[in-house]
Structures are given as structure tokens and as C-alpha cells.
Design a protein around this ligand. Structure first.
Ligand code: EPZ
Length: 422
């Protein structure tokens, strides 16, 4: 397993181009199975999760080709309507194929995703939403079997909580249902809008883009899709957090600033200078005394849970008391113990971490536990005194393209140790 070796004392200063969004390209790839033919996706990032989704689509019978950052997905051979545990357990987003498969073929068998590093990841809302469209859903031996006679039927479903994945799954299924569906309290993350846009490129009839009420008039058939992946707001946010971490300056380009939601306000409240352009954001924390802040993660446009670990790493070096509460995943705190190994002073109670900031971090061997925690450990290691080895960085490769070269270009001293666990 690869590991990262990071030398402390870095001050990031530079520009970094944002790649396509992992959490947009994955539902877009699943959506291609709603049509018969060759769909195209551009600005697709090269990520491990994308490879996993490609492997899954191949198991189903699709053919995938593409160059540089272009994906061509030929669904004309799709006939194996199953997503096996071996793939689904490595990537929860595999569950996105359930809706498209049952909508297009009338049945599907998808493994339950199981938990992840930080705890259970239920899929009950995906299943209830599909049942609202007339699917018969059973769960046996760790697999979900969904079926319908003829087409799914348009229905009304009210999401009790905001769920990105369940919204995408049920939305995709509704585009081929017979009649009209209305989804209430739908998620409004940019990646959901991106999924809507891709479905519209396939000829789907969807009203309410960007709102919590989506009205879908089902079609008998859709056309192959053609769309560009939006920029990865979490990748951009991670590099911008690096400017605060190292008291440097970072400009992220080729992105959509409006997708940063509450994140930029938090950076400003901490005392950083934040400039915003049409397709770029610059955060400058040079020679600034950063201030502690309290953070509560919320659905978009609130503070994103996917930036919680990265901001916690920054706050461990900001003198004063900061409080971080994760209301989306109340146990997403695997990074706390690892940050403490670097000298951070954090008290964890339930879904809330209290950070006694101002610690001088010092190097120690640490472990990546999940995708965003990995990024948090790299950020902390950039300022920890000494050389820090971070093992299990396969977690990070799931969601960050060319991470170490992008960070090196910003001034980070990071190298990948191939096949060596630190
Ligand atoms: C998506 O996961 C993202 N993944 C996650 O990013 C992100 O953290 C999450 O949305 C929240 O923004 C992808 O898009 C591939 P949810 P998803 O359904 O769809 C509960 C990353 O780091 N829930 O919006 O699985 C759930 O437990 C990853 O890139 C149910 O109770 O998240 C959570 O508390 C990590 N029942 C809340 O809803 C369900 O059926 C929000 O989860 C589904 C979800």
C-alpha cells in the first residue's frame, strides 16, 4: 500500500486547477444506463472511484472507452442486472445503479453497501423512494432486489431528510416511470443539479432544478447523454483550506465559486482574505492571525460535511476554542485520534468536537482512515514540525486527482512512497 511522506514547515503559495467532481461524475455514469446507446461525459476526473464505477458498468455489460478526461459509455450490451458485493462494498455510490436498472429493465439486484470507516450508511430512503414509484423491494442475504411489472409508475415521495444519493437514485428512476412523479425535500447539492442537467441532456422532463421540489414527467425512452462534469467543490475547498493551514495563499481555478456555499464565509470569519472571480477563488492568509470559529455541518448551501475534517485540522493550529459539530454524519471523526498523534488537543463528545487550538503540531506516523480524513492529515502534516508518514492513502486516491503533484506545485513538500506502508 502506498503512503505519503510530508515535510513540515510548508507555506503554500500558488494556483491550482480544479478537476471534475467525483460526486457528480458517479451519478452521471449511472444515469447512462437509462438509455440504449453511447453516452459521453467530459471533464471526467481520473479517480479510483471512477474506475470502480466503470468496472461495475462493465460487469453489467456496458462497454467503456475514452481518452484523457472524456468517457464514452456504450450501454447496448447491458444485460447482467446485478451489482456485486465485492464492488459495492468498496464504493457506496455503486448503489446509484439500482434506480436506473429497475427503471430501464424492470428489475435489479444490488448489494447493500454496508458501512464505511465512520459508521453505518443506511439506504432506506433509496428503497422507500423506489417503492413510491411502484417498485417491489426485498432485502435478502445482503442484497436489495427491486422489480416492477411493466414500467415504474409516477408517484409522490417526501424525503424525511435531505439525501444526495437517494434523491439522485429516485430521480433517475422517475425519468422512465409512467406518469408524473413529485419529489419533495429533494437534496439541492450542486451534484444533484449536475445529475438533473445530464438527465435533461438525455431528454428527461424535469422541472424544479435547484429547488427542493422536483417534478418529473416520465418518458418511454431517453437518448444517450452528453454533458460536462462540474468542478469538484470539495477538492477546491481542500486546497483553499491549505492556504489557511500554512498561512499562505492559494487560488483555485476552473471551478464554480457559487458551489462553495458557507465555506468561504467561514474562511472570512477566521480572518483570511477571500477574493472571488467568475471561475476562481483566492484565499490569502499570509501574515494573518486566524481566529477560532464554530462550525455546524448542514446540507448545501450549509457548511459541507466533506470539509469538516480538513477544517478541523486547520483549527487545531488556531489559538482559542473552536467547536465542530457534524449533523450529517454524527460519527465522522476518525481523524480526531490521528490529529491527536500530531499533538492536537481535541475533546470529542458525540457529534461534537471541541478543539483547543494553538498546538504546535509535530510529526508522527499516522494513518488515513477515510477519503476526507486523509486530506486532513496531509494538511496537518504540511505544518507539523518534522517529517510525517501517512499510511493507507488509497483512501485519498478515491477522490483526489494528481493530489501530490497539485500540492507540490503549490509549495507542499510531499512524496508518494510506492508500495510502502509507512
Ligand atoms: C453523498 O453521500 C456524498 N457521496 C458524500 O461524499 C457526502 O458526504 C454526502 O452526500 C453528504 O453530502 C457521493 O455523492 C458519492 P446522503 P450520500 O444520502 O448520498 C442519511 C465524499 O467524501 N441517509 O446525502 O451517501 C445518511 O446517513 C463522500 O465524497 C439515510 O438515513 O449521503 C446521512 O446522515 C462521503 N438514509 C444523511 O442521510 C438513506 O437512505 C445524508 O446522506 C440515505 C442517507
Amino acid at each position: 500500500m502506498d503512503s505519503f511522506r510530508v515535510t513540515g514547515g510548508c507555506v503554500l503559495d500558488g494556483e491550482v486547477e480544479t478537476s471534475g467532481a467525483k460526486n457528480a461524475v458517479l451519478p452521471m455514469m449511472a444515469a447512462t444506463m437509462l438509455a440504449d446507446g453511447v453516452s459521453e461525459i467530459t471533464n471526467a476526473p481520473h479517480l479510483k472511484d471512477m474506475k470502480t464505477m466503470s468496472d461495475l458498468l462493465r460487469v453489467i455489460g456496458c462497454r467503456i472507452s475514452g481518452s484523457e478526461h472524456v468517457l464514452a459509455i456504450d450501454t447496448r450490451g447491458a444485460n447482467h442486472l446485478e451489482a456485486p458485493y465485492e464492488l459495492v462494498k468498496t464504493m457506496r455510490a455503486s448503489f446509484y445503479v439500482l434506480g436506473p436498472l429497475v427503471a430501464r429493465f424492470g428489475r435489479a439486484r444490488v448489494s447493500l453497501p454496508g458501512g464505511c470507516a465512520w459508521g453505518p450508511r443506511p439506504v432506506d430512503l433509496h428503497l422507500k423512494g423506489l417503492e413510491a414509484l411502484g417498485a417491489t423491494v426485498t432485502v435478502t442475504h445482503g442484497y436489495v432486489e427491486a422489480a416492477c411489472t411493466g414500467r415504474l409508475k409516477g408517484g409522490v415521495f417526501h424525503f424525511p431528510i435531505s439525501s444526495v444519493g437517494a434523491t439522485a437514485n429516485v430521480l433517475m428512476a422517475a425519468t422512465l416511470a409512467e406518469g408524473t412523479s413529485v419529489l419533495h425535500n429533494a437534496a439541492v447539492e450542486p451534484e444533484v443539479d449536475a445529475t438533473v442537467d445530464y438527465l435533461l441532456s438525455m431528454g428527461a422532463d424535469i422541472q424544479g432544478r435547484g429547488t427542493r421540489t422536483l417534478t418529473i414527467r416520465g418518458k418511454e425512452k431517453l437518448m444517450p447523454g452528453n454533458g460536462r462534469t462540474i468542478a469538484d467543490r470539495i477538492e477546491a475547498g481542500t486546497f483553499l483550506a491549505g492556504a489557511l493551514m500554512t498561512r499562505g495563499r492559494v487560488k483555485t481555478t476552473n471551478m464554480e465559486p457559487e458551489h462553495q456555499g458557507a465555506l468561504l464565509d467561514v474562511f472570512r470569519r477566521m480572518g483570511a482574505d477571500v477574493q472571488v472571480g467568475k471561475d476562481w477563488v483566492q484565499v490569502d492568509a499570509r501574515n494573518r492571525e486566524l481566529k477560532p470559529v464554530d462550525i455546524v455541518t448542514l446540507p448545501f448551501p450549509g457548511f459541507p460535511t466533506d470539509m469538516q475534517a480538513q477544517l478541523m485540522a486547520v483549527l487545531t493550529t488556531v489559538p482559542g476554542i473552536s467547536v465542530v459539530q457534524d449533523t450529517i454524519y454524527t460519527d465522522r471523526f476518525m481523524h480526531v485520534a490521528e490529529l491527536e498523534r500530531l499533538g492536537a488537543d481535541i475533546r470529542l463528545r458525540g457529534d461534537t468536537a471541541t478543539i483547543h487550538g494553538g498546538s504546535k503540531l509535530s510529526s508522527a506516523p499516522v494513518m488515513a482512515s477515510d477519503l476526507r480524513a486523509s486530506a486532513a492529515m496531509v494538511l496537518a502534516a504540511l505544518v507539523a514540525e518534522g517529517v510525517t508518514d501517512i499510511s493507507r492513502i488509497y483512501h485519498l486516491d478515491r477522490g483526489y486527482e494528481d493530489f501530490e503533484s497539485k500540492l507540490s506545485n503549490l509549495g507542499g513538500k510531499i512524496e508518494r512512497l510506492h508500495g510502502q506502508s509507512a
